[in-house]
Design a protein around this ligand. Structure first.
Ligand code: DX5
Ligand code: ZN
Length: 220
C-alpha cells in the first residue's frame, strides 16, 4: 500500500493535490492519504488539525490516515475517528495509556494506530498489538519531511513481521520517513505493508507517476 503524505503538498491547494494522486491513467490511485497533524509541542513543527481534516474528508473519497504527532492524544485522537478518518495513529511516547486511547478510537469508528519514534523500542508494546490495526514505525525523527531514511529501524519491522505471522495478527506495518525509490525496496523486503511518502511523491511534477513507480518497486 502507498500513502502519500500531504505534508509536502501545496497547503493552499490540498484538494487538488490529493486528486493528483487519485485514480489516473498510470495508477489505480493511492490506498490512503497520510495527514500529518503536528502541535508544535510533541514535535517542533505546526501543521493542521481537526477542522482541516473535516474539510479534507468532504473533498476526497480516499481514506485518510491521520498521524497525530501531538501531546495528550487521549483528548484529541477519538475526535478524528468520529469525524470519519479511516486510521488514526498516535505516538506511544505521548501517553501512559495507549490501550485506552486505542479503544476510544475504535469505539469512535476508526482504526487505531500506534506510532513509534526511531529510538523507541518495540518490546514494551508487543503484548498490546491486538489493540491496534496499524503500527507506524518512524524512519526519521518526526516533525519534518525530506529527511534521510534511517535503515536501522528495519530491525523493528522484521521483528514485528515475525510476531504478526506467529500470532496471526491482522496488524498492518507502516513505515514513515525518507521513503523514496532508493529506500522502498529494502523496507518492502523487511516486511512493511504500507509506505508513507511525502517529498518522494509531491517533491516534483507528476505525483501520480511517482506513486506508480513506488508501487512497482515495493511489489518487486
Ligand atoms: C514526518 C512525517 C512524515 C513526512 C514524511 O514527521 O510524519 O509523514 O511527511 O516525509 P518524507 O516522505 O519526505 O520523509
Ligand atoms: Zn507521518
Amino acid at each position: 500500500m502507498i500513502a502519500p503524505s500531504i505534508l509536502s503538498a501545496d497547503f493552499a491547494n490540498l484538494a487538488s493535490e490529493i486528486a493528483a494522486v487519485g485514480p489516473s491513467p498510470v495508477d489505480p490511485g493511492v490506498d490512503w492519504v497520510h495527514v500529518d497533524v503536528m502541535d508544535a509541542h510533541f514535535v517542533p513543527n505546526l501543521t493542521l488539525g481537526l477542522p482541516v481534516v473535516e474539510s479534507l474528508l468532504k473533498a476526497t473519497e480516499i481514506p485518510l490516515d491521520c498521524h497525530l504527532m501531538i501531546e495528550d492524544p487521549g483528548r484529541w485522537a477519538p475526535g478524528y475517528a468520529e469525524a470519519g478518518a479511516y486510521n488514526v495513529s498516535f505516538h506511544a511516547e505521548a501517553t501512559d495509556d495507549p490501550v485506552s486511547v486505542a479503544r476510544d478510537i475504535r469505539a469512535a469508528g476508526g482504526k487505531a494506530g500506534l506510532a513509534i519514534k526511531p529510538g523507541t523500542a518495540l518490546a514494551p508494546y508487543l503484548e498490546i498489538l491486538p489493540e491496534f490495526d496499524t503500527l507506524l514505525v518512524m524512519s526519521v525523527e518526526p516533525g519534518f519531511g525530506g529527511q534521510k531514511f534511517m535503515p536501522e529501524v528495519l530491525g523493528k519491522v522484521r521483528e514485528l513481521r515475525k510476531v504478526i505471522d506467529a500470532e496471526q495478527l491482522t496488524l498492518l506495518v507502516e513505515i514513515d520517513g525518507g521513503i523514496h525509490t532508493g529506500t522502498i525496496e529494502e523496507a518492502a523486503e523487511a516486511g512493511v505493508d504500507c509506505f508513507v511518502a511525502g517529498s518522494a511523491v509531491y517533491g516534483g511534477d507528476d505525483p501520480a507517476g511517482r506513486v506508480a513507480e513506488l508501487r512497482r518497486l515495493a511489489a518487486e
